[in-house]
Design a protein around this ligand. Sequence first.
Ligand SMILES: [Zn+2]
Length: 208
Amino acid sequence: MSSGLEDGITPGRDAVLPAPHKFGKRLQTSSPVHRKPAIMQEPVLVLNATFEPINVTAVRRAMVLLLKGVAQAEETNPTEVHATSRTMKVPSVIRLLAYRHIPQQTRALSRKNILLRDRNTCQFCGNIFPTAELTLDHVVPRSRGGRSSWENLVACCYQCNNRKGDRTPEEAGIKLARRPRPFTLYTSRQLMRLLGYRDEKWRKYLFY
Ligand SMILES: [Zn+2]
């Protein structure tokens, strides 16, 4: 956790914004906050000092930021938890006290982030798959000079991957669901909105 600011706040290199179904996989008992594990994994919206939504983290991480005085709670849930020596309401939305510059290109090119961008949806058949049942497809095959880039890599199920083989989508007679793009803050915000639909308190920050 190094300085404590890299992970969990800005959508940095190995970003924290998880796929909705992935929430709560990371549970660290070394944290000062370790009661009621289920609630500790609930998503919390992180706002920049300017109220601009920048990320989603888990309650556990959000509470560490509150205890460190790095952020303040803007919205809370009625549930209370004990954190170190005090009782706190579980945050739903937190805001960083110091403004943080968010670079345009926010994510590292990785399998995880491509699946996140494509929302675990095969970009050829349009079906949603568990992570283990997806692979990455080079839209323009590597053998034709296709690069490993945001614009040329998509989530793909094994069946479509076999069907396509070493061909372009045109040659294989299959169509891309949408043009692949880099993972930007805009993509992050779309994902935040998807997550935010379930939490009334997030809406005013996400839908404007
Ligand atoms: Zn498919």
